[in-house]
Unconditional design. Structure first.
Ligand code: FE2
Ligand code: FE2
Lengths: 322, 252
């Protein structure tokens, strides 16, 4: 099968288009594996946006000021909106949203592991915006140049909103670090818990990454995990130091010559555990999504039944008039 | 202490109504029946919070002790909250939330329309902006009322339950007292009887569209605006004010 595909004229034409940095659209010919990889990645990305509403939603009712409450609600609303764009982008590859949700519930589709950590204190809302959205932006900016048109366009829209997410998160951290001793301690606690998981968001080291090579070749992925991770590290550590937060890495070194930080070893065993479903919140996140979906079923059914009845009514009216 | 006790009280009622309604609506965040509706409810919650803040800032400006809108929102106990009883009722399910929104938004759109003509310019300005949001909330809620009424047997059953649960709190929306009457005399607030009439006309229309009966001969509850609440409010505030109680004096 491989050899047949490799020699096909269509594949050669497809590769030639990629070589010229042309954008691939849903109606264009594409290798089945390219479509499959994209569908997996975009639906995973969509699910991540939606599951990510949970840890932040956990603090919406306790946000301590009008401003904080409004910003947090607006941010979560953005994330849900990102989910919608991404579901639509994925639907262009032939799977509808209901099926994607079904796959999520069956454990066949994944979402970002970062949301399998709990949001325990108010500073976590700061750390999520600053570190998690901060890491996501680095990745998503790079994906604005991904080869599949609907995905690239979704990324452009999303990136416009993401920088606000990162800023509002950092602003919470700044306020907490300027606050009383308890607040500073909460901020450091959040930093200690979110720093390493945020670094893991970029995925395994390049040498260990199974998908990276093919994805880079197809220009789905434009820059490698390690390159993106390092960009995030070098951008974020000075921001931490600026407000007096410690980076929880005893082996952290600054390379004067390259103006770059060298981090200690990432705990890949933990990464693997969370990926395979044993993170602290894996079960809770998924069962919450299932529960909400189940509880909302009667509403979706009512809306569907109503729209069928309305259409029938209009048809009857049209017949009567004719 | 403040410069104008009656006006201050009325502003707190408006601010509290919206704050509590917004907090309740925010409970749907990441819990909606479908993603689009989840986001619509977050949006409505944001509108309520914005309106609440506008009224609360006005109230704070009359306070001579230097309290901010946040101090007023997060620093009072349940006996010092003056929202109507309807908005503090728990969500239970989607039908309850939509019926609550229907009753409340139909009230707000009439109230704001009238307040725009009132003698207090700042209230009129806040209302002019808020009325657009209230009309949108009303459309959203009345659309769902119709869908649920004419959708499935289950949705009709849930809708009917929601109506029965919440109708007894509707008369309270039109309750007046000395505070209100004195502002009415100053032509700052409208005649509540005419607001009630318009509201009833709207309800008759919505209920008849859905083929649902308006409950008759039910006991109507009074309170809220005098600081007398159902037991639900305390729990809501407990959660909303958690950080302020856990870390007294901290700045957020
Ligand atoms: Fe997002
Ligand atoms: Fe974001």
């Amino acid at each position: 099968m491989e050899t047949v595909e490799n020699t096909s004229a269509e594949l050669l034409a497809f590769e030639a288009r990629l070589a010229k940095d042309e954008v691939i659209e849903p109606k264009d010919w594409m290798p089945a594996d390219y479509a499959k990889t994209l569908l997996r990645q975009i639906s995973q990305h969509a699910h991540s946006e939606v599951i990510g509403m949970q840890p932040e939603g956990n603090w919406v009712l306790r946000a301590p000021t009008y401003r904080a409450k409004k910003i947090l609600l607006a941010k979560i609303q953005d994330e849900g909106g990102h989910g919608l764009y991404l579901y639509s982008a994925a639907e262009t590859l032939g799977m509808d949203r209901a099926q994607m949700i079904e796959q999520l519930h069956q454990g066949k589709a994944k979402y970002s592991s970062i949301f399998n950590y709990p949001a325990l204190n108010w500073a976590d809302i700061g750390a999520i915006g600053w570190l998690v959205d901060g890491a996501a932006i680095v990745n998503q900016v790079s994906l604005q140049r991904t080869s599949f048109g609907p995905y690239a366009r979704a990324m452009v829209r999303i990136c416009m909103e993401e920088s606000f997410h990162q800023r509002q998160g950092y602003e919470i951290m700044v306020r907490m670090m300027r606050g009383n001793a308890e607040q500073r301690q909460m901020a450091q606690d959040a930093m200690n818990r979110w720093w390493w998981p945020a670094l893991m968001m970029f995925g395994p080291h390049d040498k260990d990454s199974a998908h990276t090579q093919q994805s880079m070749k197809w220009k789905i992925k434009r820059q490698s995990n390690d390159v993106l991770r390092q960009r995030f590290i070098d951008k974020t550590i000075p921001q931490a130091h600026f407000i007096g937060l410690n980076v929880p890495d005893p082996d952290l070194k600054y390379d004067e010559e390259n103006k770059s930080y060298q981090i200690g070893e990432i705990n890949w065993a933990e990464f693997q555990q969370v990926i395979c479903g044993n993170g602290f919140c894996n079960h809770a996140r998924l069962s919450h999504h299932k529960k909400v979906h189940r509880e909302g079923e009667w509403v979706r059914q009512a809306a569907a039944a109503f729209s069928v009845k309305q259409k029938q009514k209009q048809q009857d009216l049209a017949t009567a008039m004719a | 202490m403040n410069n104008n006790e009656n006006l201050y009280q009325f502003l707190l009622r408006c601010a509290d109504d919206n704050l509590i309604a917004g907090q309740r609506m925010a409970e749907w965040c990441s819990n909606g029946p479908i993603l689009e509706e989840d986001l619509a409810m977050v949006n409505i919650s944001l509108d309520f919070l914005g309106q609440s803040e506008s009224f609360m800032e006005y109230a704070a400006s009359l306070d001579t002790t230097g309290k901010t809108s946040d101090d007023l929102a997060f620093g009072r106990s349940e006996r010092e909250y003056y929202n109507h009883l309807l908005v503090e009722q728990p969500n239970d399910d989607f039908a309850v939330s939509m019926v609550k929104l229907l009753f409340f938004s139909a009230f707000q759109k009439e109230l704001y329309t009238a307040l725009m003509e009132g003698k207090d310019e700042r209230i009129a300005a806040i209302s002019a902006k808020a009325v657009k949001e209230a009309r949108y909330h009303y459309r959203h809620a009345s659309d769902w009322f119709e869908r649920l009424a004419l959708g499935t047997d289950e949705s009709l059953r849930r809708l009917t339950y929601a109506v029965e649960e919440l109708w007894p709190f509707t008369e309270n929306l039109f309750e007046t007292d000395e505070v209100y009457n004195s502002l009415f005399a100053e032509q700052i607030v409208p005649d509540m009887k005419s607001i009630r009439e318009k509201w009833m006309t709207t309800m008759r229309e919505v209920f008849s569209n859905g083929g649902v009966d308006i409950p008759a001969n039910v006991h109507m509850y009074a309170g809220g605006i005098n600081g007398y609440h159902t037991e639900h409010l305390g729990h809501l505030l407990c959660e909303m004010q958690y950080l302020h109680h856990a870390h007294p004096g901290a700045q957020w």
